[in-house]
Design a protein around this ligand. Structure first.
Ligand SMILES: *Cc1c(COP(=O)(O)O)cnc(C)c1O
Length: 476
């Protein structure tokens, strides 16, 4: 006989914050805090103040034993958290290519948060799967990439490149008769990787994730613009993955896609393009020539959360070999009956995840082709204005400003460092350091759709003033 079902001595009365009234009160509190944050963004320091950073210490308390009032939770987040943010979503942050968030994407993200969809499978979220399908087609069209490609929605370009490299690895090995899914890397033929010596560091990290060590990488020198020097490209073969970049993280330069892709195709090598921000140049008729030939590659990664101005945690990778993608991610395909519906989890490393396609869809629907092109063209024009006026204000511009990136400095490293710390502390704008061709420098990346000419002028004034002060200190 089964034992009687044990009676809970103290059955829970009801879930926390379960009534509609309680939910509304909470969401209203969050909405008010968010609006206050956005409204005051422009008048605060871009970097958080020292006081705001110190106040974060108040979060460091032992895990509470009992529940906290939910309004107090939101209030504390706003009081301590909001001032300690970097104002990347405003118009005067140029430190990394991070972009802001278009208002329509923030709004779509709120609605999607209320839906709380698990976007892993069609059954769990038909709307998430369908929106991803729509966005996939729109993106391939907008970026003019092979329409047969599959598009996977990932957290960022790092994971996009990881997904593409895992696919490249399986496919190159399959072509030489080796089944990576069954046998793993032990005993696999050796793969080579060819990339520029200025490739983004995340790409080298992802090689490790797919089991290819740095010793297998052949680095190709770059020219003075930061572009892979095709004359020094080694011989390619059918065991080679070539990683190119659309948008050098410093100079914005593009690798010579047409020549390299032709050589790769003849040799049976795989080409992946890291297009984290620069691939969007293909959406503007004024800049698409820079990324000419990118359509000949095998796979691409591009961020939504940078130049397209989606909230963070949004990117895609694209691959023109759907069966190769399935061999890595569609591990269930062998025993599950396939449906014609999109199954997002068969295209990426994740099963459960949020519905990233919602924000992509909202942005592309809101902007249209002309709106995407406008973001690219406006931010590139801002970068040219920075270069022109910073040069007039006593700085040396170190890169050819072909896109949204400006690398610049003062004659000595000491003066450049001094100017940078004054700029960062001043709070008007925020940028960071870089090393360009062995020289310590500062870098501006204009990638927020919120940036106005007024933001640029205020920032130039602050940067020029800091440069003058720094030079007076450096050479009294
Ligand atoms: C930002 C960036 C990456 C990494 O992308 P995440 O979205 O941060 O993962 C890779 N390559 C380039 C050129 C980048 O700018």
């Amino acid at each position: 006989m089964l034992p009687p079902i044990q009676q809970l001595t103290n059955p829970p009365e009801r879930p926390l914050d379960a009534s509609f009234g309680e939910k509304r009160e909470l969401l209203d509190a969050a909405r008010r805090a968010a609006l206050r944050y956005i409204e005051t963004l422009d008048s605060r320091s871009v970097a958080p103040s020292v006081d705001a950073l110190d106040a974060l210490g108040s979060f460091h308390v032992p895990m509470p034993e009992e529940p906290t009032d939910p309004l107090a939770v939101i209030e504390m987040l706003d009081r301590l958290g909001s001032p300690a943010t970097m104002a990347t979503t405003g118009g005067r942050f140029y430190g990394f290519v991070v972009g802001g968030a278009l208002p329509v994407t923030t709004a779509a993200s709120w609605l999607a948060a209320a839906w709380d969809q698990n976007a892993g499978t069609y059954a769990l979220s038909p709307v998430a799967a369908e929106l991803e399908e729509v966005v996939s087609n729109w993106l391939l069209d907008l970026l003019d990439l092979p329409r047969e490609s599959v598009v996977g929605f990932v957290t960022g370009s790092t994971m996009g490149t990881f997904s593409a490299l895992a696919t490249a690895r399986n496919e190159l090995l399959r072509r030489s008769g080796y089944d990576m899914t069954r046998s793993g890397l032990a005993g696999a033929p050796r793969l080579r990787v060819v990339t520029s010596e200025e490739c983004h560091p995340t790409n080298l990290a992802t090689l490790g994730y797919v089991g290819i060590g740095l010793d297998q990488v052949e680095f190709v020198p770059t020219d003075q613009h930061g572009q892979l020097d095709v004359k020094q490209l080694p011989r390619l073969d059918q065991h080679t993955i070539v990683m190119l970049q659309a948008g050098n993280i410093n100079s914005g330069a593009f690798d010579p896609f047409s020549e390299v892709c032709q050589r790769a195709q003849q040799a049976g090598a795989w080409v992946h393009i890291d297009g984290a921000f620069g691939l969007w140049a293909r959406a503007s008729s004024n800049y698409s020539h820079l990324a000419q030939g990118a359509e000949m590659a095998d796979s691409w990664s591009v961020d939504g959360h940078k130049w397209l101005n989606l909230p963070q945690d949004s990117a895609v990778y694209m691959c023109r070999h759907p069966e190769a993608v399935a061999s890595v991610f569609d591990v269930t395909a062998t025993y599950l009956v396939r449906s014609s519906q999109r199954q997002p989890n068969t295209l990426t490393p994740e099963l459960s995840r949020r519905a990233r396609g919602v924000e992509f869809w909202a942005a592309l629907a809101r902007l249209g082709r002309s709106g995407v092109a406008d973001i690219i063209e406006r931010t590139c024009a801002h970068a040219r204005q920075f270069a022109k006026e910073l040069r007039a204000g006593g700085y040396e511009i170190l890169n050819e400003v072909v896109l949204n990136q400006v690398v610049f400095g003062l004659p000595t490293e000491a003066a450049t460092r001094e100017a940078l710390s004054r700029i960062q502390e001043g709070g008007v704008t925020w940028l960071g350091p870089t090393t360009w061709k062995g020289r310590y420098a500062m870098r501006i990346s204009v990638s927020s759709a919120a940036t106005t000419v007024d933001d640029v002028e205020q920032s130039i004034a602050a940067i020029v003033a800091a440069g003058h002060r720094a030079q007076r200190i450096a050479s009294p």
